[in-house]
Design a protein around this ligand. Structure first.
Ligand code: C2E
Ligand code: MG
Ligand code: MG
Ligand code: MG
Length: 279
């Protein structure tokens, strides 16, 4: 049943199976199957990371975002939009997230040894993972184990995660910042951030959500984008746009003062050895 659903979804939505809305029963069956399969996937090492380049003003690759992929033995690549929410519901995000951190840091080291010097790699950390009482200690240990400097790691948190427990967030962010780790707010603009609380957080970067970038030719979206860029400037933060697909978007963003980009216009997420470095 679940496989049929997956097959239909794949056919109709190309490879975007995440947009398929199955019936309730189908959905429950499928979640249970996926949950079991995720446990196996961890043991059998079916997860891998792809990396999407981030470019600067000169459109040179200076960093990359690590994005998890699941190479399922029969279903092919499963989108994180499909399994990360379920992993979050089932606590499986804890071992998965720990693996992502370790693997991304291992890759930084591997690139270093190959003479490929990326400024940093950005890693997505989900709320559940961040809320663990020993999260900061875990990160510290990974840096030690992989022998990389803290400044090579950027942690991406969503606005929702940040505001869900603001005191815990501030405490952890300060500890991470003291170590030298930078923090970026992912999908920025769709949440509830106000200038007043952003001021109290030790952040490095705002990442403009791709939904605004996509509709940048729409006046409302354009105004939001400009506002985010102005907010970032007034707070002394770096700003990056994600989901950049066209030269028009690049030009608009550049004109407004956003000089860092990530999106299909520059590169899709690719396996580590396929990144085209332009350093
Ligand atoms: P995100 O962190 O906001 O990542 C950006 C997503 O946008 C990625 O989808 C990326 O492939 C896609 N993207 C980048 N540029 C473009 C573009 O120009 N056009 C379009 N249409 N899409 C673009 P992906 O890899 O499917 O990941 C989806 C989400 O899954 C991520 O959103 C993140 O929230 C989550 N995720 C991915 N990897 C991890 C992980 O290792 N840990 C956690 N906790 N979450 C992850
Ligand atoms: Mg992200
Ligand atoms: Mg994002
Ligand atoms: Mg997103």
């Amino acid at each position: 049943q679940a496989d049929t659903a997956m097959y239909r979804a794949k056919e109709s939505g190309r490879n975007s199976i995440s947009f398929y809305l199955p019936s309730m029963q189908e959905s429950a069956d499928r979640r249970l199957t996926l949950e079991k399969e995720m446990r196996v996937a961890l043991q059998e090492r079916q997860f891998l990371l792809h990396y999407q380049p981030q470019v600067n003003e000169q459109h040179k690759v200076i960093s990359a975002e690590a994005l998890i992929r699941w190479q399922h033995p029969t279903k092919g690549m499963v989108s994180p939009a499909e399994f990360i929410p379920l992993a979050e519901d089932t606590q499986l995000i804890l071992p998965i997230g720990a693996w992502v951190l370790q693997e991304a840091c291992r890759q930084i080291k591997a690139w270093d040894l190959q003479g490929i010097k990326l400024d940093h790699v950005a890693v997505n950390v989900s709320s559940r993972q961040f809320r663990q009482s020993d999260f900061v200690q875990q990160v510290k240990q990974v840096l030690l184990d992989t022998d990389i400097q803290a400044k090579r790691l950027v942690i991406e948190l969503t606005e929702g995660c940040v505001i869900e427990d603001i005191e815990d967030t501030i405490e952890k962010m300060q500890a991470l910042q003291a170590m030298g780790i930078r923090i970026s707010i992912d999908d920025f603009g769709i949440g509830y951030s106000s200038l007043s609380y952003l001021k109290s957080l030790p952040l490095s970067q705002l990442k403009i959500d791709q939904s605004f970038v996509k509709q940048i030719d729409n006046v409302n979206a354009a105004v939001i984008v400009e506002t985010i860029i102005m907010m970032a400037k007034s707070l002394g933060l770096n700003v990056i746009a994600e989901g950049v697909e066209t030269l028009e978007q690049v030009n608009f963003l550049t004109a407004k003062g956003c000089l860092n980009f990530q999106g299909y216009y520059f590169s899709r997420p690719v396996p580590a050895d396929e990144i085209k470095f332009t350093l």
